[in-house]
Design a protein around this ligand. Structure first.
Ligand SMILES: [Zn+2]
Length: 198
């Protein structure tokens, strides 16, 4: 690829670039080999709780499958338990499983929602995903379209407008969840390798 771009692959700054790019791409697509069951199965709990559970502002970084350029942003997830919950710290890891692939934002949003439905059969699942797409932003002409919002509404979130509205209002409020968010991030950081690219 370097030679094709008119570069000299043997110059000092580029000598290890193929190795580094390979390592980076393997990490950024590690979701293909991640095991969803291993991520969530030891964190499914039986509970007597049927209020909406919301995890908002989960950061993600993904690669668009059309240009192999990043898109990234935040995912907000909610579900209404039906006897089972997923450990809160597993939700960002579940997002990583689907973000670390070649993706389109719409599919990623659906995959997260469907996986939660499959794992705990809740009364409803909602996923809203915000993404900035570098493949559009960097090309200038389409700048105004570089931000996209996608959503997947299943079960009660689809059939009940009030439930859906409650969720959408809650994710808009900046005062909901900063503590939970920092706790999640702290936990999340513990399981991350400090320098994934080595
Ligand atoms: Zn793209």
């Amino acid at each position: 690829m370097l030679a094709e771009l008119g570069e000299d692959p043997s110059r000092e700054g580029l000598r290890d670039t193929p190795k580094r790019v390979e390592k980076a791409l393997r990490f950024l697509t590690s979701g293909y080999t991640a095991d969803v069951d291993a991520v969530v199965n030891n964190a499914l709990f039986t509970v007597d709780y049927n209020e909406m559970v919301i995890v908002k502002d989960v950061d993600y970084y993904s690669l668009c499958e059309h240009h192999l350029l990043p898109f990234f942003g935040k995912v907000h997830i909610a579900y209404i338990p039906n006897g089972k919950v997923i450990g809160l710290s597993k939700i960002p890891r579940l997002v990583d499983v689907f973000a670390r692939r070649l993706q389109i934002q719409e599919r990623m949003t659906n995959e997260i929602a469907e996986t939660i439905r499959e794992k705990i059969h809740p009364l409803g699942v909602a996923v809203v995903c915000e993404g900035t797409h570098l493949c559009m932003a960097m090309r200038g002409v389409e700048k105004q379209n570089s931000f996209a919002i996608t959503s997947a509404m299943l079960g009660a979130f689809q059939s009940d407008a009030r439930t859906r509205t409650e969720f959408l209002e809650l994710i808009k409020r900046p005062d909901v969840g900063p503590l939970r968010r920092s706790l999640l991030r702290a936990e999340h950081d513990l399981v991350e390798t400090p320098d994934p690219f080595g």
